[in-house]
Design a binder for this molecule. Structure first.
Ligand code: FA5
Length: 376
């Protein structure tokens, strides 16, 4: 029987049928709390309430009111307790039947509307996969591109790629590199101290000011002979301008073996610059002082760029410090300077990106500006 026909007159029919067939007296019904009339009224109420249900939210309310544990049908069921067994036999199944009809109608409504809601959501989220021009593509950052190129060049010359801590002890960042606490060279690099109050340099902590700390870690770990480059980030507490940043990238290089000389250093640098620039560039080498090399030198490159006013500009830009590794540094790395010698260099990878692409302001390289980055 459909819910639509579950009406008042139908209940009179039940009443008549049951009085007739099962001989239940009308007075019996008059004495009990739940009557067929009351049952009919509840289901009629449910019918009109269901007609007003228009979405899943109002359906939930409807279910709570009529089908819930404390709903109207549950109350009808509860009141059956007051009836005689014969009366229960008549009304109990009728209430159950009505309950099932309403439940299945509510379920049908839910299924229909849930799929409607899903279709609406799918329609909203629809993606035209053929419309490729609408998407902007990600790309590899110019710094990452350059670092990969440097790694290719040096691995082709037998160098390993090394790595070391950015948060470092004072000892690895300075002392082990022959820069004792009293040495004026420590002021050459303005330092971000993490802890500065210990007497023991093994305990004080800095943000590394140079990738040279990796030299010591690598020597201690692998001994001689060794060839490695260590690209990585460094930190300096200094004023920022067009060619100086407070955090930038360096690439450290080191080669230790028997009979290593300045000629090996020169060969490695020349090979790298030829591969990176793929054209003639102007390079200047001059003496330089770093406590961890002897002799020490500095390399500058002629920097040509267009400034913000569209004017062509050129100047020397400091690019690299380098030299022959100091015997004390080899010793701190656990290597005997009487048997081995080595060279080391450290250049600014961020400066190399400026030089290669003619970028007039170092800050652009850490700016995340899309229109700038899209050029590479
Ligand atoms: C050093 O950091 C030494 N550790 C390099 C070295 C390694 C020398 C091994 C000898 C042997 P320096 O402070 O000059 O040196 O920095 C090296 C390079 O980092 C510079 O030539 C420059 O290219 C880059 N650089 C230095 N300071 C900045 C800065 N504030 N912003 C951007 N690049 C910088």
């Amino acid at each position: 029987m459909g819910f639509e026909k579950f009406d008042f007159f139908w209940y009179f029919k039940i009443l008549y049928r049951n009085f007739g067939k099962k001989s239940i007296s009308f007075s019996t019904f008059c004495n009990v709390k739940t009557s067929p009339r009351q049952v009919s009224q509840v289901f009629q109420k449910a019918q009109s309430a269901f007609a007003a249900v228009e979405d899943l939210e109002s359906l939930a309310l409807f279910e709570q009111t009529f089908l819930g544990k404390k709903g109207e049908i549950a109350l009808l069921r509860k009141s059956l307790k007051e009836l005689s067994p014969e009366e229960k036999q008549i009304l109990g199944p009728e209430i159950q039947k009505g309950f099932e009809v309403i439940s299945s109608q509510a379920e049908a409504f839910r299924t229909k509307h849930a799929s409607k809601a899903l279709m609406a959501q799918l329609e909203k989220d629809w993606i035209d996969v053929t419309k490729t021009e609408a998407f902007s593509r990600g790309a590899i950052h110019p710094m990452a591109q350059l670092q990969r190129r440097i790694e290719q060049i040096f691995t082709s010359m037998g160098f390993d790629i090394a790595d070391g801590p950015e948060v470092e002890t004072e000892w690895y960042n300075f002392d082990a590199l022959n820069v004792p606490g009293t040495h004026p060279a420590r002021d050459m690099q303005d330092t971000f101290w993490v802890t500065h109050d210990q007497k023991d340099a093994q305990k004080n902590v800095v943000l590394r000011t140079q990738t040279s700390n990796v030299q010591i870690h690598w020597m201690q770990k692998y001994g001689a002979p060794l060839r490695m480059i260590a690209p990585g980030r460094v930190y300096r507490n200094e004023d920022v301008d067009m060619t100086h940043d407070a955090t930038f990238y360096q690439v450290e290089g080191m080669m230790v073996d028997k009979h290593i000389s300045l000629a090996h250093l020169k060969g490695a640098i020349e090979t790298m610059l030829a591969e990176v620039f793929e054209k003639d560039i102007k390079v200047r080498i001059r003496p330089g002082y770093f406590p961890f090399v002897e002799p020490g030198l500095e390399v500058d490159i002629w920097f040509e760029y267009v400034d913000k006013n569209g004017q062509e500009q050129a100047q020397w830009l400091e690019f690299m410090g380098a030299g022959m590794t100091h015997p004390e540094v080899l010793r701190n790395g656990g290597i005997d300077p009487n048997i081995y010698s080595g060279f080391a260099f450290g250049f600014g990878l961020t400066r190399l990106a400026m030089l290669k692409h003619g970028i007039d302001d170092i800050r652009l390289l850490s700016s995340q500006k899309k229109d700038f980055l899209q050029q590479f």
